[in-house]
Design a binder for this molecule. Structure first.
Ligand SMILES: N[C@@H](CCC(=O)N[C@@H](CS)C(=O)NCC(=O)O)C(=O)O
Length: 205
């Protein structure tokens, strides 16, 4: 089993899960800056030209949430509730909410501050982010209200929904996401950082 990754938030959640569950896999780092995502061999696996991609036998699977679910099923982990339809619905709701709303809102902050710094592609456009503040606040209110009295996003325990929602928000301080007033979100994000594999998801060099 191979997992293609590079240092970015979608591969991050898959690699954190792999480490957390102790899954044996060959972790193949793609040289994104050298055009590795556009190489024909890689494009044949993931026509989106994005990472992560899981290759298991003949099957190439993309989309980090689907990859995480597949890995949980393989490992017998309830981070994806394979045997509980009601819990699946609950996790799916938050995976969808992330991709449709939350990631869209926090993504620009993550891109300007973390992606640009990681790949040396220029300074953050701090001015440009001002127009995105209202959206972050709008959806942060939803998440913060939901997390009141809860330790995790779904099912009362760690699930792949936590990893999906937190992979950009974990950088909220250095990305200047306006989340400091959302005490339940901050408590949840800080709590996830107590998980060793989440705090340090990247493979050893
Ligand atoms: N929805 C996809 C997102 C994949 C994605 O956007 N990956 C980014 C890294 S976080 C990427 O490969 N970007 C490279 C590019 O767009 O050129 C997933 O969750 O796997």
């Amino acid at each position: 089993m191979k997992i293609y990754w590079f240092k970015a938030q979608a591969p991050l959640r898959v690699l954190a899960l792999v480490k957390h569950l102790g899954i044996e896999a060959e972790l193949v780092e793609v040289d994104m800056m050298a055009g590795g995502l556009r190489a024909p061999d890689y494009a044949a696996l993931n026509p989106n030209l994005k990472a992560p991609t899981l290759v298991d036998g003949d099957q190439a699977l993309w989309e980090s949430s689907a990859i995480m679910a597949a890995l949980c099923i393989r490992a017998g982990s309830d981070l994806w509730p394979a045997n509980d339809p009601a819990e699946q619905v609950e996790v799916l709701r938050w995976l969808s909410w992330n991709d449709g709303h939350w990631a869209q809102a926090v993504g620009p902050f993550y891109f300007e501050h973390v992606v640009k710094a990681t790949f040396g592609i220029g300074p953050a456009d701090v001015e440009g982010l001002k127009s995105g503040v209202a959206d972050v606040l709008k959806f942060a209110r939803v998440l913060d209200g939901h997390l009141a009295g809860r330790s995790h996003v779904a099912c009362g325990r760690l699930t792949i929904a936590d990893f999906q929602l937190a992979s950009m928000a974990r950088y909220w301080r250095e990305s200047q996401m306006p989340l400091s007033g959302f005490t339940n979100i901050v408590r949840w994000l800080d709590g996830l950082m107590q998980i060793p594999a989440w705090a340090d998801p990247w493979p050893a060099k």
